[in-house]
Design a protein around this ligand. Sequence first.
Ligand SMILES: *Cc1c(COP(=O)(O)O)cnc(C)c1O
Length: 377
Amino acid sequence: MSSIPAFELSQQYQLIGDEIGQAVLEILASGRYIGGAAVENFEQQFATYIGVKEAIGCNSGTDALFLALRALNIGAGDEVITSSFTFFATAETISAVGATPVFVDIEPGSFNLNLDLLEAAITERTRAIIPVHLFGQPTDMTRLMAIAEAGQLWVIEDCAQSAGATWAGARTGSIGHIGCFSFYPTKNLGACGDAGAITTQDVALAAKLRRLRDHGQTQRYRYEEIGVNSRLDTIQAMILQIKLRHLEAWNDSRRRIAARYHSWLAHVPGLVTPQAPTGGESVWNQYTIRVAAQTSSERDAIRQSLQQQGVGTALYYPLPLHAQPVYANLGYRPGQLPITERVAQEVISLPMFPELSQEQQQQVVYALKDVLSAKAA
Ligand SMILES: *Cc1c(COP(=O)(O)O)cnc(C)c1O
């Protein structure tokens, strides 16, 4: 049997490669590589898809988060509450604007913020909450927005992994004050390089975000604040327009794959499947299980055995952010975020991409059962 990668893009490229190639060649021939109709059209189509008034293209998901924090004037002396079990950029951008990330523990089933712990983390310095819809799984936004409103806090949704996911019928990125998307190639909607977008219902905020992504420029060569250069490239915008038309079908396919993993892995001893949300729909950027492991090296050995059977897996994330060397100054101690710490040593992300076949999935499940029963014996 051939080996199965944790993720791959080659089959998707076979499907739409010709269309993308032709569109890119047209842009190359046009000589116009910054801005233009492709960017505006994509922004409009993405806003419509998410269900917001405005979408602002930018360079990456990291820039989207940075620009969102800047647009809300969050900076030195401010605290922003978020998860420690996420990609570094979520906290990195809080630090980059001069504010302090405050980490709250997660729920082991969804890997998202434990909302029971949120209120206790709010201080008089807290300005915002960044829920991360990790692995495509939506956070309970009804409850989170109620807590934020009571505390008069901004909500920036980190939707880097949740393009298309919904909570209570609304897409992630349309519920908080700002939504931040990444179009990194491995995300559900991926460009052919770095790209991102910011979504909001607030037209004034959108205007500010458009200025900030373009050096704070108000008119040509007139600057009223310090911004950055974070435009969405014309070529990437065109590629994203083409791929956006397929996103629903790809997300449906991910849901079918997740449903199969759920049923095939439901009663396998030594592993826990991720909990599907009850108030919304996940888009399964990752299908992440937890294995019984006392140490991360025990988990790593399981991944290695799977690799020997031809099953590629991924590890998101091996070291929580509060335990990163760069955040030693924040003073978190081992044991302070117990679920985050335990989950980080138990997680394995199984192969997940829309083209993964039933046969390949079966092979993943057989290998997993085999490796876990050999471990138990
Ligand atoms: C990918 C990702 C980002 C950063 O996006 P880039 O486009 O890579 O800059 C931020 N947050 C989360 C949760 C991510 O997965």
